[in-house]
Ligand binder design. Structure first.
Ligand SMILES: [Zn+2]
Length: 809
């Protein structure tokens, strides 16, 4: 089908479909971004990340899984029948195909187009005759992955991810169809959806996706094909979710009901709970189905859940949802720890899908406020500036234990990033009849077709997010009356985030101004917009000035982790102090006085061009008498999203403002100044955590320990080399033990050795080797004069071993 007939079809389908979002998004294909912030990122995504992710999909067997499944279907021999790594690995290929299709929509690339054709043929060949598509089972149906279950669908509500995979297939198929006009992947998708429709629904089997996205995918498939069955099925999946609606096979236990939001009917839910990616995908699916069916109960539910999220569960980086690593889940109200924040990159993406949809439902800028904050902070922090390494969690504080990785065993985040970044220009505008919403400020040109058939070209000139001066050149064709809703961001209206979780703690006297052709427009706000209704003609210009002073943000006092601390914000950007820019390569010892002046400075050569915030701060340290000493020093903060591009080290978003919140550097001791080494650990943890002088609160406290997980039952060592001969006779160890969430326990046994020439010898007359939790285990021994000391630890069988802190005297 040619593109022309495709668009005609869409128009005809649209005529039959009366209902959809009240506000329509202006597709990214109509918005050409030329700014210095997003355009290079989108280009890096196209030229680096997408090919890189395809290469990883090939290298890690994700493409081969489809080829093996196809061989199994054809009865051809093949060697490795082992089930793939995870039952959801198929989605990583689908997501990158989606991202690549978006890239193709704006930039022809015959080579990429041909590569997609090849991949789609490989996918199509792995589809079973009746439409079933799930490589994990097809490769060897008699011995599938344990999460897949013996029969199709029987473990879907637990961990099989059969429907999750299809949801991502639908997103990819519609993207590819719209980009190329080719039905190849769409046909595969429709065939699977037909199978679902035959199997599930009223009077048929009941099911709901263990991991949501199928609902959003089916809504897209419905819009692309006009098949009501697919929309009805999306609604059925949502309405079926709930406790006890699906019976599990004998002896199988499901997840608890909050983890996958199945603890009550979706329309009755009021709080953001459980796995944050699942949750935001579900809320997005509910918004889609509500828009397409007019179901008000869905809207009421997601509105309530949104209020709960922004008032109690949102990080200042907003991507920032999902406080706990255990269950990758939302925490309790106000539970927003910084160093151990989970904030999965995919949850940031899901949060933006959800908030954008709420805007399309309500035409209210507060959803764009959350979306924009997420976009510029907790979302793009997920990918390095070079486009080749990624964060899965996005913490707000680091002691050097965090670093981006090339890929993950569970690779959802990198592939998700490819599809999201490619579609960013689609979040700039919205339209309805004779109305146009300007949501994001990004230099470039929008060629917008209003749904009444008129065209409007709108050109933005701005250096946003570094400068808040924006010029919008409006040229409607034909000229005539048009209402332009100009968003005044919450951050410029004394509201860092909608709701009561954060507030500015400083004063600002600079005011927002708005003019049309030089004439002032009163800032009369309606749902966060100034609405300008007039007869526009080519040459008309709107000038918006959003002053961007450096601001201080404080959290609601109920957020314990942020008490006595302040975050720095300028425009939509949240800042972080990172080790490289600050004296002594430390930031966790800083205290920023509320009176300290902070000034912005644009650095064109730093981190691809960023504004940094400079000032003076106190470095805090314990002196020889155990008293806290302050020294005044230079302070620099960079945009949070750009941290971890220059190696491992400390990072801090919430900076202490009071001495009681500060973490003074420890007094230099043998231990803190020793060179520390260990038998090989895993996970690239920072060994320095055991000598940083920070007092642990408990053995289970995460974030500032070192362990040897996943090695189990082994004997390990850690060593302090003093660089000179010292006399020691006293050692204290605080064990790490994550009972309840991990596999690290106090050791079965341990001892202290000292270096005598080239030999390691046990110390004499040791007073005892304790393994108590939540306290130091002290051992005194016959004094030795030595250059190095070792702890030798033997782990309990089936467990790992780890250390919070090790002191030596
Ligand atoms: Zn992810």
């Amino acid at each position: 089908m040619t593109k022309v007939t495709f668009f005609l079809l869409i128009t005809l389908v649209a005529a039959g479909q009366n209902r959809d979002y009240p506000v329509k998004p202006v597709p990214f294909t109509a918005v050409h971004v030329t700014d210095a912030f997003w355009a290079p990122r989108i280009e890096t995504n196209r030229k680096v990340t997408i090919p890189f992710a395809f290469k990883k999909d090939e290298e890690t067997g994700r493409v081969d899984n489809f080829q093996r499944a196809a061989k199994a279907l054809r009865g051809e021999p093949f060697e490795n029948h082992k089930p793939p790594g995870y039952p959801f690995d198929d989605t990583d290929l689908y997501k990158v195909i989606e991202g690549a299709s978006y890239a193709l929509s704006v930039q022809p690339d015959p080579q990429l187009d041909a590569y997609l054709d090849k991949l789609i043929a490989i996918i199509a060949a792995a589809q079973e005759k009746d439409g079933y598509l799930y490589t994990t089972r097809t490769i060897d149906a008699a011995h599938p992955h344990p999460w897949a279950g013996k029969q199709r669908w029987e473990l879907e509500t637990v961990d099989s991810h059969e429907l999750y995979n299809l949801g991502h297939l639908y997103e990819a198929a519609v993207a590819h169809y719209q980009a190329t006009g080719k039905r190849t992947l769409l046909n595969v998708a429709v065939k699977t959806a037909n199978l679902l429709d035959q199997t599930f629904g009223p009077g048929k089997q009941v099911i709901w996706p263990g991991h949501q996205i199928t609902e959003m995918g089916l809504a897209k498939l419905y819009r692309a094909t006009g098949e009501d069955r697919f929309l009805n099925l999306a609604k059925f999946l949502l309405d079926s979710r709930g406790p006890d609606t699906v019976k599990l096979p004998e002896g199988v236990r499901g997840h608890n009901g909050t983890y996958n939001q199945s603890y009550m009917k979706v329309v009755d839910q009021t709080e953001a709970v459980g796995h944050a990616v699942r949750a935001t995908y579900m809320y997005s699916g509910m918004a889609d189905v509500a828009a397409l069916t007019g179901d008000e109960a869905y809207v009421r539910a997601i509105d309530r859940i949104w209020e709960n999220t922004v008032n109690r569960k949102l990080y200042i980086t907003a991507g920032g949802i999902g406080a706990t690593g255990s269950g990758e889940a939302f925490g309790k109200d106000y539970e927003l720890p910084n160093m151990t924040a989970y904030n999965e990159t995919c949850a940031a993406i899901g949060n933006d899908y959800w908030n954008h949809r709420l805007f399309l439902l309500h035409a209210d800028a507060r959803y764009i406020d959350v979306m924009e904050r997420t976009l510029y902070n907790g979302l793009i922090s997920g990918v390095a500036l070079d486009g080749k390494t990624f964060f899965y969690p996005n913490p707000l504080e680091s002691n050097g234990q965090h670093a981006r990785s090339e890929w993950f065993g569970v690779a959802c985040c990198p592939s998700n990033m490819t599809r999201f970044l490619a579609s960013v220009p689609g979040y700039v505008y919205g339209q309805r009849g004779d109305e146009l919403w300007v949501n994001l400020y990004v230099a470039g040109r929008g060629e917008i077709k209003l749904d009444n058939g008129r065209k409007v070209t709108i050109t933005q000139e701005t250096r946003y997010p570094w400068n808040g001066a924006v010029k919008l050149f409006v040229a409607p064709d034909p000229s005539g009356p048009l209402t332009i809703h100009v968003r005044i961001p919450g951050w410029a209206r004394e509201e860092p985030i909608p709701g009561g979780l954060y507030h500015y703690s400083d004063q600002n006297s600079e005011r927002v101004t708005l003019t049309v052709n030089g004439g002032g427009v009163p800032l009369k706000l309606d749902q966060g917009y100034v609405s300008i209704k007039r007869t526009w003609k080519a040459g008309d210009v709107i000038s918006l000035n959003l002053p961007m002073p450096v601001r201080r943000v404080k959290a609601n006092d109920q957020v314990l982790a942020d008490r006595g601390r302040v975050a720095i914000q300028r425009g939509p950007i949240v800042f972080a102090a990172e080790w490289v820019d600050n004296p002594g390569n430390k930031v966790r010892n800083l205290m920023l006085q509320s009176a300290a002046q902070l000034t912005p400075e644009f650095k064109p050569d730093l981190l691809n061009g960023v504004v940094v915030v400079k000032g003076r701060a106190f470095a805090m340290a314990y002196d020889a008498n155990g008293k806290i000493a302050r020294s005044d020093q230079e302070f620099t903060a960079i945009p949070y999203y750009a941290w971890a591009n220059r190696g491992r080290g400390q990072m801090l978003v919430w900076i202490p403002e009071t001495e009681s919140a500060a973490k003074p550097a420890p007094r230099a001791t043998f231990a803190t100044s020793a060179k520390v080494t260990s038998s090989p650990g895993h996970r690239g943890m920072a060994l320095s955590a055991i000598q940083d002088g920070e007092e642990p609160q408990s053995s289970s406290e995460p974030g500032s320990s070192f362990d040897w997980w996943p090695k189990k039952g082994t004997t390990e060592w850690v060593e302090y080399a003093f660089g000179k001969v010292v006399a020691v006779a006293d050692s204290e160890v605080y064990w790490f033990d994550d009972t309840g969430r991990g596999e690290v326990r106090v050791p079965a046994s341990w001892r202290v050795l000292y270096k005598d020439g080239d030999e390691w010898k046990p110390v004499q007359d040791a007073s005892g080797y304790g393994v108590a939790k939540d306290q130091y285990n002290r051992v005194v021994f016959k004094p030795v004069a030595t250059t190095a000391l070792r702890l030798e630890l033997t782990a309990q069988p089936n467990f790992s071993v780890g250390i919070q802190e090790w002191k030596v005297k």
